[in-house]
Design a protein around this ligand. Sequence first.
Ligand code: HEM
Length: 485
Amino acid sequence: MTSLDAAGPSRFAVTPEPGLSPHHFEAPGPPPVDRPLGTLALLKELRRNPVATWTRLHYDRLLLSGESILGKIVVVSDPALIRHILVDNVANYPKDRLQQRVLSSGLGRGLLLAEGDNWRMQRRALAPLFTPRTVMSFQVAMADVASELVERWDRQRDGRRLDASREMARATLHVLARTIFSDGLGRRTEDFIAAVTRYLEAMGKLDPLDILDMPAWIPRVGRLKARSTLQFFDGVVTTMIEERRSLIQKSPEAAPRDLLTLLLEAADPESGEGLSEDDIKANIVTFIAAGHETTSNTLTWALYLVSQDPHARARLEAEVDRELPDGRFVPGSIDALPYTRAVIDEALRLYPPAATLTRDAIGPDMLGTLRVKAGGRIVISPWVLHRHNKLWPSPGVFDPNRFLEPNKQSIDRFAYLPFGAGPRVCIGASFAIQEAVIILATVVRRYRLDLCAGHVVMPLQRVSLRPQGGMPMLASQRNRDQRTL
Ligand code: HEM
């Protein structure tokens, strides 16, 4: 492995920032390995938990290149070079083949994996689905789901043990079900939720055949498992589309302004071309696959982190007690919850759901002093970047204050990439942030969650970065006195 730190300037020298929390909770993660793993060990670890493969050097150097079973890999953590790859010279760095293969069943034609003109057309057509105004219109649905979540807990015994990651996954799926199909999936909701969970489970592990770039016709176990689930999706989604189309034909004003109607109306403003039936279906599956576990894991990590830091918890509780006096999120009041937002931002830093972004160079290029050949694979790892010793003061420490003004100003845009950057930045970022803030505020307003004694927390990289073995927590209803403190 070659360190090319000479290319990485020392302008990122870390000095403690004023206003950082006096509390020091180190957010757990797999310890860095001392030297790069050998071929078999790497293959095994990439399948078990890819975030456990990073070496000490990765957290210290801004640019590293080396050979592995994945071919020649360049790991980039220098914000200026990341900007070069994701923005300035983006045409040279399309998404890599490994990513395309792993996610292609079901998502193949959707925005996440599309390339070239088809991606440009889809991105323009889908932009109206995620404008600030449209995203804001979903606040009521998100607040409803959040309130229903805590009301369901209310009906159960106080001090009850629950798996926060399951609870959050349920909530974020309900949000998607309601914002995509606002008239609801009816009887199909529970089956749909079970199918999404099975699908993500089947797709979650890196298959050695993909890592080794074996031909696509060789069957992959995960994909075979995902196939029946995809057929189920296809059936449900086709019915929903037919029902909605006929409603729009009969009385357009009666059709709800949810993501499904917006998808059916979506058209490229340049060509006027609409999305095909297959593109619509692929994008529904894409929104669910890209937006469900990512957001639910963010919430799970946020609840965990807050449970470990009494100072942060007190501050969060004070804010939500003030801003949600009746226990329910008031649509339009997101800006009144800056600390809740900072907790989400910090959870996304310490546990970025998309832990690795990968690209293949299509032509030669220079990254600092490093020559990249055509076909070279580029890895930008938000996991490494967000815990990099040269980019963050006390990188492992949970401290939401980093994301409050004015501290936030000193964060380099390209040192913090939970949603990526450049033209392929996450289209659902503001949707996800809004949803996470509403759900976290509503849960914390009513409940205090503590990690069950003896449970060891460790992140596990699957489609998204999730807690290994879930997040068993004890939920106790906050009493009236606590709530009005
Ligand atoms: C906390 C939650 C989320 C995280 C951390 C996240 C993260 C990301 C990242 C890092 C990318 C860029 C990948 C790359 O450059 O290789 C991305 C793209 C994307 N995300 Fe998200 N996402 C989240 C929520 C959502 C939601 C809620 C939706 C939709 C409802 C969504 C839909 C998409 C789509 C369609 C793309 C592809 C955009 C394109 O290529 O033009 N995401 N997401």
